[in-house]
Design a protein around this ligand. Structure first.
Ligand code: HMG
Length: 440
């Protein structure tokens, strides 16, 4: 490996600037370096060669200079497949849904279930409103019950003060809409939590709610004599709920027994937390992929969905059979997503994802995402309860494995056939297919 030329110069720079760091770790002050200096340090530390560094520098849709402004210690950008799922008919409107995900068959599955749902009118959705809740934790209280009573008695004044911290939201119809205080019995004794409900309109809202909680904390302390510790929103956004429902005809699912099989698969997830984890993983395959494609915080979405399911001790989806014997499905979950704010505008791919979807409000985006989650689950359960997940999923995975093993486009379909029929969807199977095809 050729040593990056400027490494010693960079290390000298590092030690010259490391006044606050007594050790001469090359990582101290890494964040203060330019992208190119960081790459050199990384190359030295991890044995990257010129090809690796060239990959980090490769121009993609997200310019390196922009990536550098979005997060810390940036050394490059990282690409994922950008797909679209057609067929989504939601409240009578056609959507082409952008999805960013590396897992094969997720996009195919969502498109498939959305197509099957069209026969009975597609998805019907609802949204409870963009209400996020910020929390202020109070400790060191003489009397937690009295503090709760005082806070609740002063609710109107507290809400008015809180509202002043959301002046920018007013133009968009947002602002503080509620407040409550409650006592908590914790492993460290009694504490109190004060919560402010805020209509954040079309933003995800985390930053604005967090800032307001920090600014409100002194008032809350003064009123109660307590000490404010955490001042942060909750991702369990139970006042920001999206739901979607759809009907799939029994014929489209493969008949009466197929409907029964899907209901059994769902009931398994309702009854068993171990199955439910995978059931929800499948749902989030689709919801997260739309979250990434539209520049939303998919960790916040995940946290909300899983905490909601844990709180209910149930699946976030319910299925039933209607009078015609068709399958009705409904998903209900918190979805804190935005169409403005955050790093969304900075990332051209997220801007494009939003443009492709065309949702005008955070509520519209959340409702389409809920429809995607329901479609994703229906497709997975239909496959799992029928021929098994591997047939569809593995066929698509086989394409990727075959290409990686050097199968050409012209050989691809025959190689995939061979890998599926010989039940070898792996590198050895791809190599065996290549051998067979080329030795002919
Ligand atoms: P099929 O019935 O053979 O599909 O299903 P088809 O050829 O009849 O096509 C129907 C529609 O599906 C197409 O409509 C497309 O929209 C779509 P058309 O274009 O013909 O008008 N479609 C595709 N879209 C993109 N690429 C493709 C493609 N093929 C069909 N290649 C399919 C085939 C794979 C869709 C089906 O078998 C399926 O839905 N399987 C489920 C796969 C799945 O759920 N994958 C998710 C990952 S697995 C996982 O991790 C989650 C899990 O653990 C969750 C859980 O346990 O609950 C399973």
């Amino acid at each position: 490996m050729r040593r990056p030329q400027f490494i010693s110069e960079v290390l000298n720079l590092a030690s010259a600037h490391s006044g606050s760091a007594p050790d001469n770790s090359i990582w101290s002050g890494f964040y203060k370096r330019t992208v190119s200096e960081r790459q050199k340090i990384l190359a030295q530390a991890r044995g990257l060669d010129e090809k690796d560094v060239a990959l980090l520098n490769k121009d993609g849709p997200l310019p390196l200079a922009t990536a550098e402004t979005i997060t810390e210690n940036v050394v490059g950008t990282f690409a994922l497949p950008f797909s679209v799922a057609p067929n989504f008919l939601v409240n009578g409107k056609e959507y082409v849904v952008p999805m960013v995900i590396e897992e094969p068959s997720v996009v195919a599955a969502a498109s498939n279930a959305a197509k099957l749902a069209r026969e009975k009118g597609g998805f019907k959705t609802e949204y409870s409103g963009s209400i996020m809740t910020g929390q202020i934790q109070l400790v060191k209280l003489q009397d937690a019950g009295a503090a709760v009573a005082k806070l609740n008695a002063d609710k109107a004044a507290l809400m008015t003060e809180a509202d002043t911290h959301f002046a920018n939201l007013k133009a968009f119809g947002g602002g503080v809409v509620g407040m409550q205080a409650r006592k908590l019995a914790s492993p460290r004794g009694q504490m109190v939590v004060v919560e402010f409900d805020v209509n954040v309109a079309d933003a995800m809202g985390a930053n604005m709610v967090n800032s307001a909680m920090e600014r409100l904390a002194p008032t809350v302390e003064k009123k109660t004599g307590g000490t404010a510790r955490l001042r942060i929103l909750t991702n369990l956004a139970i006042k920001r709920i999206a739901s979607a429902s759809a009907v799939w005809s029994k014929e489209s699912l493969g008949g009466e027994e197929a409907v029964e099989a899907i209901l059994d698969a769902w009931a398994f997830a309702m009854a068993d937390p171990f199955r439910r984890a995978t059931h929800h993983k499948g749902i989030m395959n689709g919801i997260d992929a739309v979250g990434v494609a539209t520049g939303n915080d998919w960790r916040a979405i995940e946290a909300g969905a899983h905490s909601y399911a844990a709180m209910k001790d149930a699946s976030i989806i319910t299925y039933s059979k209607n009078a015609d014997g068709d399958l009705e499905g409904k998903i209900v979950l918190p979805l804190a997503v935005g169409v403005v704010g955050g790093s969304m505008k900075a990332n051209p791919c997220a801007v494009l994802g939003q443009k492709i979807l065309g949702a005008k409000s955070s509520g519209e985006l959340a409702q389409v995402m809920a429809a995607v989650g329901l479609a994703q689950n229906l497709a997975a359960l239909k496959a799992l309860a029928g021929e098994g997940i591997q047939a569809g999923h593995m066929r698509l995975h086989a394409r990727h494995v075959a290409k990686t093993a050097g199968v050409s486009d012209a050989e691809l379909e025959r190689a995939v056939e061979f890998m599926i029929s010989s039940r070898q969807v792996n590198e050895a199977g791809a190599k065996a297919a290549l051998h067979k095809l080329r030795s002919k």
